[in-house]
Design a protein around this ligand. Structure first.
Ligand SMILES: NC(=O)c1ccc[n+]([C@@H]2O[C@H](COP(=O)([O-])OP(=O)(O)OC[C@H]3O[C@@H](n4cnc5c(N)ncnc54)[C@H](O)[C@@H]3O)[C@@H](O)[C@H]2O)c1
Length: 94
């Protein structure tokens, strides 16, 4: 009960592809909610960190390929919501 209340106060959002056109807008929107932390996973293959320049001090940025599960595991761990904007699948790893 207490845990649920605490989680309700401070959420953890993760946005993959957060340095892209849509992802960076989503990041700004989530920060605007003001109800939690925002972490971005992006390999900068097409996105640019400059898209997040104005909010860089408010987020945690991880330059990681989402197909590298060992790398993203600690980032998505404990997340309330993961927004998958970066890429639909990682078929090359299957
Ligand atoms: N922009 C539009 O108008 C529009 C319209 C409809 C659908 N979409 C779809 O929405 C998605 C995002 O579009 P966008 O315009 O923001 O594209 P974008 O290229 O600006 O953003 C995609 C982001 O994902 C990152 N990325 C790609 N592969 C990755 C990987 N393997 N690991 C980590 N990060 C990775 C890129 O570096 C980039 O920052 C795309 O799938 C696109 O097809 C876009």
């Amino acid at each position: 009960m207490v845990k649920r209340k605490i989680k309700g106060i401070m959420k953890k959002y993760v946005v993959t592809g957060g340095a892209g056109f849509i992802g960076s807008a989503l990041v700004r929107g989530l920060l605007g909610l003001g109800d939690g932390s925002v972490e971005v996973i992006d390999d900068l293959s097409t996105g640019r960190q400059q898209n997040l320049a104005e909010v860089s001090s408010q987020i945690a940025f991880h330059q990681v390929n989402i197909c590298d599960f060992d790398a993203i595991r600690p980032v998505i761990s404990g997340a309330d919501t993961v927004f998958q904007i970066g890429r639909a699948s990682c078929r090359e790893r299957v």
